[in-house]
Design a protein around this ligand. Structure first.
Ligand SMILES: [Zn+2]
Length: 310
């Protein structure tokens, strides 16, 4: 039986997370040279999430003198407003550590600004590789990069590990070929909070950057990995969309497991991307995630490429 992902549930899990702090607040528009940016701030227990800058941004205040930590930086056009908002929130004048969950422009738009101010930038080694080149991205118009040297990661990771920062123990890991082929997750053990990165979205289907290695098997594996990290009430920050929890990750894992089986079966029967769209394999989830057609086509194509290479 299909699982229920009601919008009500997303609202409830979102407000659960908010209950630990204060209600999400809208920062009055902070106008940058190019655009006006309206940022929604949501306070968690001992951390904040900033919405409205191209992706969800997680930030933690300075403890023990380590400095402010920010995970992802939004699009470059919102970077000035975002950085101002984070600094105002914490009453600080610099962000010491920026983590990129992957290389996409929606996540790395503050790299140059913060790198120029001397912030440490931590990312997977493949994020560094992509940012050193000019690449086309799934959602971004035109080519992105190369970023100037100052916006490149100063420290890279390649697999699973642990680090301590600002009094927190953080476990991190790599999710190969899931969304961008450079995706990392971070789990803050004392906060019981997972910053899940690109493979996880709520209220919308994940983007599959199949041009850069994303495929359905990798996406499913990402959920299998994250399902091992969370417990039912873990606060989960998706790359896009409202905050969810560990139970939602388990439900999504079940949904993608079924979809992977269905798509593999249909491929074996000779069905193409349009055929699987017409079959309505994800129609039960339209109310929760929106129109699934693009996601379905990319998911099918990615399996086809994996098993029937050109
Ligand atoms: Zn992305």
């Amino acid at each position: 039986m299909k699982q229920d992902f009601s919008r009500r549930q997303f609202l409830e899990t979102g407000s659960c997370a908010v209950a630990a702090g204060v209600l999400g607040t809208t920062v009055p528009s902070l106008v940058s040279a190019q655009s006006s940016t309206e940022i929604i701030r949501e306070e968690l227990s001992h951390a904040w999430v900033f919405h409205g800058v191209g992706c969800n941004v997680f930030a933690m205040p300075d403890i023990n003198g380590d400095g402010v930590m920010m995970v992802d930086g939004g699009l470059a056009e919102h970077s000035g407003a975002l950085v101002d908002s984070v600094l105002n929130t914490f009453g600080k004048d610099r962000i010491d550590l920026l983590v990129n969950t992957h290389w996409h422009p929606e996540q790395t738009g503050s790299n140059v600004t913060l790198g120029a101010q001397g912030s440490e930038i931590l990312a997977h080694e493949k994020t560094g590789m992509y940012l050193r080149n000019s690449v086309q991205s799934a959602l971004f118009e035109g080519r992105y990069g190369p970023l100037p040297e100052v916006g490149l990661p100063t420290k890279t990771i390649s697999g699973t590990g642990r680090m301590k920062y600002a009094g927190q123990e953080i476990i991190y890991g790599y999710l190969p070929a899931a969304h961008s082929d450079s995706d990392v997750w971070l789990y803050f053990t004392m906060l019981d909070t997972l910053v899940a990165g690109g493979p996880v979205t709520s209220g919308q289907w994940p983007i599959m950057d199949i041009r850069h290695g994303s495929w359905m098997g990798g996406l499913l594996k990402a959920y299998e990995t994250l399902a091992q990290v969370v417990s039912a009430d873990t606060v989960v920050i998706p790359a896009h969309g409202p905050i969810i929890n560990g139970t939602d990750i388990l439900r999504m894992r079940a949904m993608y497991t079924n979809l992977h089986l269905d798509l593999s079966e249909q491929l074996n029967l000779g069905m193409g991307p349009k055929d699987v769209v017409n079959m309505g394999l994800l129609d039960d989830y339209i109310n929760d995630f929106g129109d699934p057609n693009l996601f379905l086509q990319n998911a099918h194509r990615s399996i086809q490429r994996a098993f029937v290479p050109d």
